[in-house]
Design a protein around this ligand. Structure first.
Ligand SMILES: C[S@@+](CC[C@H](N)C(=O)[O-])C[C@H]1O[C@@H](n2cnc3c(N)ncnc32)[C@H](O)[C@@H]1O
Length: 230
């Protein structure tokens, strides 16, 4: 999500990073999608552009061709992924909110990458289960990005650990939940408490998961990058 309370960096520092190294290199269609999304009633809750830059680098380093996207919204991270993977790459993307996806669709079309996207209008869990029913999908994905409902993060994790190949990467967004994970509960607004609790539980569980190598970062709203080791 973006903009967000910045966790360990001042707003000035983030502004400096974005203006120096992120916005000048951001694809025009991504910029346009981001601006169009700002008019959404919920504002721009898409992936932060600096997180997007990191994701694009990971995708390139992995030579990712087949990816999963859980939580599309208007498609900032989806378009970013589609622009980064090769011409014959494929993204299976899921979100129950088609209306939001349609706000970003003109920019996906303009970028000429729609053919790489299989958008499924549905909550993600049944889609991931369906993919797993076909044994051929197990261990076949290079990359997954999760930016959706917190209460299901661990359910997504269990499934993605089977869908992503050994050596593949899964990235979880919003793992610091506005910095609330580092605050005492009484200092957090009622509205944020439940997802703070879920974030704490998920972060602890993933930190103990011996199947993974992880990098836990304070970029954007908090990011955990996991490599499947076995
Ligand atoms: C923070 S937004 C995703 C932002 C997106 N990555 C981007 O760059 O614009 C979270 C999205 O998760 C979606 N979502 C909520 N529950 C979901 C579920 N059960 N399965 C899949 N997506 C879900 C919401 O509809 C919303 O569009």
């Amino acid at each position: 999500m973006f903009p967000n309370p910045v966790i360990l960096q001042s707003e000035g520092l983030l502004k400096y990073i974005l203006e120096t190294g992120v916005y000048p290199r951001e694809a025009e269609t991504l910029k346009e999608l981001r601006n169009a999304t700002a008019k959404h009633p919920l504002g721009f809750m898409g992936t932060a552009p600096d997180v997007g830059q990191l994701i694009a680098m990971l995708l390139k380093m992995l030579n990712a061709k087949k990816t999963i996207e859980v939580g599309v919204f208007t498609g900032y991270s989806l378009l970013l992924t589609a622009l980064t993977i090769p011409h014959d790459g494929k993204i299976i993307a899921m979100d129950p909110d088609r209306k939001a996806y349609e706000i970003g669709l003109p920019f996906i079309r303009k970028a000429g990458v729609e053919h790489k996207i299989d958008f499924i209008e549905s909550p993600a869990l049944p889609v991931l289960d369906k993919l797993l029913e076909d044994g051929e999908n197990e261990g076949s994905f290079d990359f997954g990005f999760v930016d959706a409902d917190k209460n299901n993060y661990w359910n997504y994790h269990e499934r993605l650990m089977r869908l992503v190949k050994i050596g593949g990467v899964v990235v979880y967004d919003n793992t610091l939940w506005g910095g609330s994970v580092a605050l005492a509960e009484e200092r957090v607004s009622e509205a944020k408490r439940e997802w703070r609790r879920l974030s704490l539980a998920f972060n602890e569980a993933i930190s103990k998961d011996s199947r993974l190598q992880i990098a836990f970062l304070s970029i954007g709203d908090g990011l955990i990058i996991c490599t499947r080791l076995r």
